[in-house]
Design a protein around this ligand. Structure first.
Ligand SMILES: [Mg+2]
Length: 255
């Protein structure tokens, strides 16, 4: 009888984990793409191989200022898929916020990112990591980058977010002193202000207009887990019920 009760408790516990804490089937698949799809890994190598070839080519041309590259951090050089996995399994396993995750310095290198930064460094090119992690997480961000040997992860080259979310101010600050050869990111706002549209249409139009720069000046990494592309679907609203989120997603399907 005692054994039977224990078994029932165990089964209900396992069942509860699976039925309650998987808060979003869409997020589950998004994280799995980063973690199990070798195509994701291949896309990252593709981006960084292309970036390396472009870097060597562009660095060989004439320039008036010292050379630099601008790189985003999250889902560009460091992967947070384990955080997102913990979030999918949320509640009992990992009731923590992203800023606590940053403090733990557990983000791992994106495929190809380290090799690219080492190449840039060996060519004497300055690397600026421009991230919207907040200023007070700069030390942890530097610690995480250094843990894996990312070069030039120094306080004046890891530019976190002070007030404004737009990266334009920080980009212009770098561009005043350097010829920026490449910008690398997973979100269009990592590249230029003209991508900062508030609607799906504006973003698509901006990409059409500047199409010739992709793979040449802008190197894009895939990110199915988070980004403006997702926030726009739900109109930047953060307190929607799962049903409301699902409805908004379906409304954007074309068929
Ligand atoms: Mg990013």
């Amino acid at each position: 009888m005692k054994k039977y009760i224990l078994l029932v408790i165990l089964i209900s516990f396992v069942f509860a984990i699976h039925s309650e804490s998987l808060n979003d089937e869409g997020s589950l698949m998004a994280v799995l793409y980063h973690q199990v799809a070798a195509e994701y890994q291949a896309l990252c190598y593709q981006a960084y191989n292309l970036a390396s070839d472009r870097l060597i080519l562009l660095a060989g041309q004439n320039h008036t200022k010292p050379l630099a590259v601008i790189m985003d951090v999250d889902e560009t050089v460091l992967s947070n898929s384990k955080y997102n996995a913990l979030e999918v399994m949320r509640a009992r396993e990992y009731p923590k916020e992203f800023y606590q995750w940053i403090e733990e310095m557990r983000s791992e290198p994106i495929a190809g990112a380290l090799q690219f930064t080492v190449l840039a460094d060996s060519l004497g090119i300055k690397i600026f990591y421009i991230t919207n992690r907040r200023d007070h997480k700069q030390a942890a961000t530097i610690g995480n980058l250094k843990k894996y040997g990312f070069p030039q992860a120094e306080p004046d080259q890891v530019l976190c977010k002070a007030r404004e979310s737009s990266k334009e101010g920080r980009r212009l600050q770098v561009m005043a002193d350097y010829d920026v050869l490449l910008l690398i990111g997973d979100n269009l706002i990592d590249f230029a202000e003209y991508f900062a549209g508030d609607t799906i249409e504006e973003r698509a139009e901006a990409v059409e207009e500047w199409q010739s720069l992709f793979g040449r000046r802008y190197i894009v990494l895939p990110n199915t887990m988070h980004g403006y592309w997702q926030k726009i679907i739900t109109d930047f609203e953060y307190d929607l019920t799962p049903e409301q989120i699902r409805e908004k997603r379906i409304n954007h399907l074309k068929y």
